[in-house]
Design a protein around this ligand. Sequence first.
Ligand SMILES: [Zn+2]
Length: 149
Amino acid sequence: MRLEMNKPENRTDNQNEQTGNAKKSFCKRYKSDIILISIVLLIGTSALVFQQLSMKTGRMVKVYLDGKEVKSFSLDEDTEYKIVAASDREGQSDDADIFEGYNILVIERGKAYISEADCHEQICVKHNAISKTGETIVCLPHSLVIEVR
Ligand SMILES: [Zn+2]
């Protein structure tokens, strides 16, 4: 948008060149280009910084079953944990034979992922490893959510 706005200015500068004040208008045009490039760089850099800030590397991995937090792990420690969806549900042990499922959560080099699960879709297994705050892996059939905090 700014580039388009700058075009007519350059055109008038070119006209000035033709009227004899070439050197001065060249400097003027060069200066406006520098300002434009600086503005573009500034916007680009601040957008990048903002993105970096809002996507902080997480410290914890929280495991939710049916929206309830059942476990949490540190991302700093490599570990492997089998989440048993049925038995990990509070006060629902009677329903264990109605519903049962597992997901194997792996924490490796600061990232978390599901290495194995017995759900049909396998979306949670195919999901990329997560490490940034707010990132999640969801296993809908098991009502399981893994979230980085
Ligand atoms: Zn799944």
